[in-house]
Structure formats: structure tokens, C-alpha cells
Design a protein around this ligand. Structure first.
Ligand code: HSE
Length: 403
């Protein structure tokens, strides 16, 4: 028998309890032992909740209870969640988490503690919600040298960009709508500024390289500067706009990792991933392209991934499930050295100057409110920045073009 404690009875935590309770027979059968929830740790009371009798407020009860073999950390943040995770692992209890912020910040240390204490730190739900992506990279693709990972990793921003495209609406209006529907948080900055996607691509890149990718060193650009005009022009030219996490192995052993909005051709499979869905492309040197698609957020999809980890942990009580992610830092390639085409939105009177700065590009035959757009030829990031500065406030917006 394995007893489980759930830390944090919010959206994901209550989903974890629901999955373990509603699917109890199959969860136990597939674990090879009876699995059930013994404690739910939360500061709040939950009168009337079917599992209110399991709610406790003292974390020490969990660490001190030898019956608890697996702990689900669904609190979020890097304060109490970090301290509690460490204490559980030190006590030999496996921890399964959806907390990408904690995994990105302290992954190697927590994995090492788990190994030293013959238990496991599992984080399938930290990237892509209900989409299997951590286990495919660690297990199904473990014979591969992974060459690149590319993905739509954030549901909130994908929802906002989809609505901007479909409704021709402005960013602020769609953000408000997303908040009203509960898709975007009241403080949406981690999503819209790209930090959430950055933590996720850093986790995936750490698994890809086997070394630690510090998410704070990853170039990250959010979607707050994307306008209804960008979409109008992009649509007309056969593109849509998506925010992507990109990770590419370079020949010199470094890895290029960044998060940015991109113009992406309408025919590309990622252009068809809409609303809160996520999709991740993983390319291996033997298998070629593989793609993973599904609900990247939400109570039950995320909880399902946490419970899959609970089952794996229950099957390995007293043993460590290895994860090849060491503390040594991965070598990051400089974004400045990379070349892209850039989609540039400019005041009409500056078009000639822009074409002279980046000759040989594609002028789109569209004008809108005194604005024009031009797609540069492939140009190095640093050269683009330096040249574009000459356009001053004539440059209204620029977006990298994917591919
Ligand atoms: N805020 C995240 C998203 C939740 O919108 O994708 C899932 O990690």
C-alpha cells in the first residue's frame, strides 16, 4: 500500500485528489499496490468538500508519517514548495510536481537529493500540462541525440494570440476577456511576458542536453507588443503569429535557447495549434521529427500527468528513477549570432530607408493607416538591431519570421 499526501488544494491539487479517487481501481492496479490519498495540506478549511476530513495544516505530520510514500507538490512558487519538497525527499518520500518554476530553478539539486535518498523527483506535469513530454524525452527517445525542441508551451498566450487573429482584436481587450474566462491569471505577467514558456523550454533543454539550463539566462520576449495591425498584415501575407520556445543543438556543443513571438507560415503544423492547446516538436538524429499535442493547462489534464508520476513513483518505492540532468551548466549559444528574416512594420514614409538598410527583402503590397510592412532577408540579430536603430520611431514593430 502507498499513501499519498497532496500539498496545496488549489486547482491542480484538487484535480490530483479527484483523479486518484475517481480512477482508484486502475491507479492501484497499475501501481501494483493500493494507492490512496491520506492527507491534503492547505492553510484553508474546505467545509462541505467530500475530502475535508483529509485536510491538515501541519506539514510535519506528513514528513513524520512513515506510511506516506509519495507527495504531490501542487502549491506552486519557490518558497514553501522548495522547503517542503526538500524535506520530503530527505525523508525518502518521492515528490511529483506540476511546479515548473521550482523544477526550473532547483531541478538538479532536488534530483540529487532524491537519488541520495532512494526516492524520485518527478515533474511530467511541469511542461505541457496533460501532454506527455518529459517521459517521451527521458524514456521513449532515450536512444536519440535530440537536435531541437520547438513548441507552443503556454496556453494563455496561445489563447490570446488565437483570439487576436480570429477577432482582429487588440491585445489588451483579449487579455481582459481571457481573465474574465479564467484562462489568464489576475497577474498575467508570467504568461504574457514569456517567463512561463521560458521555464518550460529551460526544463526541456536541460533534459535534451543533460546539463543545467538556467532559465534566467534565456532570452525571453513576450507578446505584449503584438498588435491588431501585426495580425492584419501577417494574415494577409499568409502567416500567423505564435510565441515559441526554441532550443537547438549547435555543432560546437552549445545550445541556442530562446522564447519569442514568431511569424509562422499558415501551412506549418504549429500554425494550426489554437486556443489553450500546446504543441511541441522534438527532433532526434535518428527518429526525425516527432510532435506532441494536447491540453497544456487545466485542472484534470495537469492532474492526470501528476498522477501518472504517482503511479511511477509507487512502482519504484525504495528506488530512484534516474533523470539525466546534472548541475553543470549547459553552454548557451548567443542569440546575437543567429540570423532570421524580420517582419517589420514601419511608418510609410520610412519604407524607402528600411529597404536601403535591408536590401533584397520582400515588400508586401499593403498599406494600413499610414503603415507599411517589409520582410527583410535573413539578417543577423545584432546587425538587425544596430541598423534598425537608425529608423528611430519610424519603426513601429518587428517580429522574427520562423523558418
Ligand atoms: N499559465 C500556464 C499556461 C499554465 O497558460 O500555459 C500551465 O503551465
Amino acid at each position: 500500500m502507498v499513501k499519498v499526501a497532496v500539498l496545496g488544494y488549489g486547482t491542480v491539487g484538487s484535480g490530483v485528489v479527484q483523479v486518484i479517487k475517481d480512477n482508484n481501481e486502475l491507479v492501484s492496479k497499475r501501481s501494483g499496490t493500493e494507492v490512496d490519498v491520506k492527507y491534503i495540506l492547505d492553510l484553508r478549511e474546505f467545509p462541505g468538500d467530500p475530502y475535508e476530513s483529509l485536510v491538515i495544516h501541519d506539514f510535519n505530520t506528513i514528513v513524520a508519517d512513515p506510511e506516506i510514500g509519495v507527495v504531490c507538490e501542487t502549491m506552486g512558487g519557490v518558497g514553501a514548495a522548495y522547503a517542503f519538497t526538500k524535506q520530503c525527499l530527505e525523508a525518502g518520500k518521492s515528490v511529483c510536481t506540476s511546479n515548473k518554476e521550482l523544477v526550473a530553478k532547483h531541478g538538479p539539486e532536488l534530483l540529487e537529493i532524491a537519488k541520495a535518498n532512494n526516492c524520485s523527483y518527478l515533474f511530467e506535469a511541469s511542461v505541457g500540462g496533460g501532454i506527455p513530454i518529459i517521459r517521451p524525452i527521458m524514456d521513449a527517445l532515450c536512444a536519440e541525440k535530440i537536435e531541437s525542441i520547438l513548441g507552443i508551451l503556454n496556453g494563455t498566450t496561445n489563447y490570446i494570440l488565437t483570439k487576436m487573429e480570429q477577432e482582429g482584436a487588440d491585445f489588451d481587450a483579449v487579455l481582459k476577456e481571457a481573465q474574465a474566462l479564467g484562462y489568464a491569471e489576475r497577474d498575467p505577467s508570467a504568461d504574457i511576458e514569456g517567463h512561463d514558456a521560458c521555464r518550460k523550454i529551460a526544463i526541456l533543454s536541460s533534459l535534451m542536453t543533460g546539463k543545467n539550463v538556467d532559465s534566467e539566462k534565456v532570452y525571453t520576449e513576450g507578446i505584449t507588443k503584438i498588435t491588431a495591425e501585426d495580425f492584419a498584415f501577417a494574415k494577409e501575407a499568409g502567416y500567423t503569429i505564435k510565441i515559441l520556445g526554441v532550443s537547438e543543438a549547435k555543432e560546437d556543443g552549445s545550445t541556442l535557447i530562446y522564447v519569442s513571438p514568431f511569424l509562422i507560415n499558415k501551412a506549418h503544423p504549429l500554425a494550426m495549434v489554437n486556443d489553450v492547446f500546446n504543441a511541441i516538436f522534438v527532433t532526434g538524429n535518428m527518429v526525425g521529427d516527432t510532435m506532441y499535442y494536447g491540453k497544456g493547462a487545466g485542472k484534470l489534464p495537469t492532474a492526470s500527468a501528476v498522477v501518472a508520476d504517482v503511479i511511477d513513483a509507487a512502482r519504484h518505492i525504495g528506488k530512484n528513477i534516474p533523470c539525466y540532468w546534472d548541475a553543470q551548466s549547459a553552454k548557451l549559444a548567443e542569440l546575437d549570432d543567429v540570423s532570421h528574416k524580420f517582419f517589420v512594420r514601419i511608418k510609410s514614409e520610412k519604407l524607402y530607408e528600411l529597404e536601403n538598410l535591408f536590401p533584397g527583402g520582400e515588400e508586401l503590397d499593403m498599406a494600413f493607416g499610414g503603415q507599411r510592412v517589409y520582410i527583410t532577408p535573413e539578417v543577423n540579430e545584432k546587425e538587425f538591431r544596430t541598423a534598425a536603430e537608425k529608423l528611430g520611431d519610424g519603426l513601429l514593430g518587428r517580429i522574427r519570421v520562423y523558418g
